[in-house]
Design a protein around this ligand. Structure first.
Ligand SMILES: [Zn+2]
Length: 256
């Protein structure tokens, strides 16, 4: 019954509020995203991407700051990811199931996460959001759609043509569930449609959970993206490519 209600709420949310934008990238785009704030992910995934001059998006819940458990992370690990140029996105403060709380409680929690981020890194603002457990309800999806540039769910698929920016589709990078060959099929499919493929996973470490993958697996997937000439970008960078016209291409510095 609970699952049925959740399903109904989610399908209402999806249909009642949509933030459509048409995407037509010059080359297919791949984004790597990480949920839940695992310290190991900041380090391991951060390094894999950074070594290839790629940027990822880490959706953070500040509730996990300072915890030694998994998920859990230390401030130094987050700083390291920021210094490598990765994007930090919002995943609510308390990692709450948004289908189980009212609109006000949800907004309070999301804004508190922003508050903590700004306290620790003055001037930094979340641009993008991911729904914990992929849970959405109509009022919350609408709020999130207006508050953030994008929101990623866990709806399976690739993004092309007319895309709901308030519920971007994604492909799970769960090593226990999918082989590299499976992921390569998804990439070929995205290539065919000139799509934006967004991967999501959780812990990136040698002994990963069923919701994560090893650093080697992540690296092999980035190799597969490069082999197919995907433009690998964070969620924020991808939107800059897709929606913002590039001005001043031949801009020259004044006074230097
Ligand atoms: Zn989560």
């Amino acid at each position: 019954m609970y699952r049925f209600l959740k399903y109904m709420r989610r399908s209402f949310a999806t249909r009642l509020y949509q933030k459509y934008q048409t995407i037509d990238p010059k080359a297919p785009i791949a984004s790597f995203t990480f949920d839940d704030s695992y310290g190991c992910t900041f380090e391991n995934a951060g390094d894999v991407l950074w070594e290839k001059e790629m940027r990822g998006t880490f959706y953070v819940s500040f509730k996990f700051l300072g915890l030694k458990s998994q998920p859990g992370f230390q401030l130094a690990q987050l700083k390291r990811a920021i210094n490598q140029g990765h994007e930090i996105g919002c995943h609510t403060y308390g990692h709450i199931d948004l289908s189980q709380v009212g609109r006000n409680k949800a907004i309070q929690d999301i804004e508190y996460n922003q508050h903590r981020f700004q306290q620790l890194f003055p001037g930094m603002k979340f641009q993008n959001f991911s729904f914990p457990f992929g849970s959405e309800t109509y009022p919350i999806k609408k709020y999130v759609g207006e508050r953030f540039c994008s929101a990623r769910g866990n709806r399976h698929g690739i993004n092309f043509g007319n895309v709901d920016m308030a519920n971007l589709k994604s492909i799970k990078l769960y090593e226990s569930k999918y082989t590299l060959r499976d992921i390569e099929h998804k990439l070929d499919h995205a290539l065919e449609h000139n799509a934006w493929i967004i991967f999501h996973t959780h812990d990136v470490q040698k002994n990963h959970t069923q919701y994560g993958c090893s650093p080697e697996f992540l690296e092999r997937v980035t190799d597969a993206c490069q082999k197919r000439a995907f433009d690998v970008r964070s969620i924020e960078e991808a939107q800059n490519l897709l929606f913002k016209p590039i001005h001043k291409l031949h801009f020259s510095k004044v006074g230097s």
